[in-house]
Design a protein around this ligand. Sequence first.
Ligand code: COA
Length: 326
Amino acid sequence: MSDRIYARIAGTGSYLPEKILTNDDLAQFVDTSDEWIQARTGIRQRHVAAEGETTCDLAYQASLRALEAAGVAASELDLIIVGTTTPDLIFPSTACLLQHRLGAEGCPAFDVNAACSGFVYALTVADKFVRSGAAKNVLVVGAETLTRMLDWNDRTTCVLFGDGAGAVVLKPDTETGILSTHLHADGGKKELLWNPVGVSVGFRPEEKNAGVRVLMAGSDVFKHAVKALDSVVDETLEANGLDRHDLDWLIPHQANLRIIDATAKRLEMPMERVIVTVDRHGNTSSGSVPLALDEAVRSGRVQRGQLLLLEAFGGGFTWGSALLRY
Ligand code: COA
């Protein structure tokens, strides 16, 4: 037995809002078609938060499920980290709102904003806390209501995103758990995928020609995402002295089936060993990886002891990965 402490996923949970918006529904009010969306992205439908339903509401439901699966009471949590780029409020953080809702008062709670890489970033921070012995039971959430900042007249963005949340509870383990995490960012490409308004620059849509909405140069983002993800999966395998064939599952960020395909090819992984939810969820940003993980665990595909590679790419740009034995 080694002295090393690993952070191991003790339980997973997720939540999707009830309302489903299909591609045909979208085609009713924007110039698009089911055929175009499926061919270019693999998306068939997405979930949309109800009026008044917030990121914290989604995070709360996902967290309850993860806590139950882990057999951990909210009062036993040492730390809560929420990856989100669509917080309920400017402040307090969604993590603080969630902490109160769960009845976990006292433990530290904060948000991480790394756009679609939010969960992988949050998981990385949580891993450091557990490995150092600074925290034992940690709740890590990826939760978003991305549809709140879409321009529903812009067919180049509104067809891509959906709402949802996923969560995991980490616990210390002396045998195995998260083996390594790898994070990167490139702020120089910010204008390829961004929402260019905010507190400090001001919420003045007329000046920015934007409003509170996502702007994206789709094909540039596509190319950067594929390249960055190729590089980070190579880096992850190399850091662990592993071969791509050692992996049991790829659990990728769910932005576009063609990007997922490209990473799977790089890893020589057949699609049967890749978790895909983008067809039903769309891109739920920080929610996407933990949603896919929870679905894979609850459907019995991912089993204890298996080797999982998680990866994500998002606005910033940000990207990263986590290799773990489940
Ligand atoms: N429905 C129908 N037509 C559409 C459309 C839609 N929803 N969106 C764009 N089009 C049109 C464009 O106007 C363009 O028409 P034109 O040739 O007459 O000018 C044509 O389809 C091709 O557009 P293009 O942007 O070149 O398509 P693409 O193959 O790059 O696919 C994306 C567009 C957005 C699906 C693709 O670039 C992509 O997925 N990028 C990555 C986005 C992403 O993952 N972002 C999040 C990262 S976390």
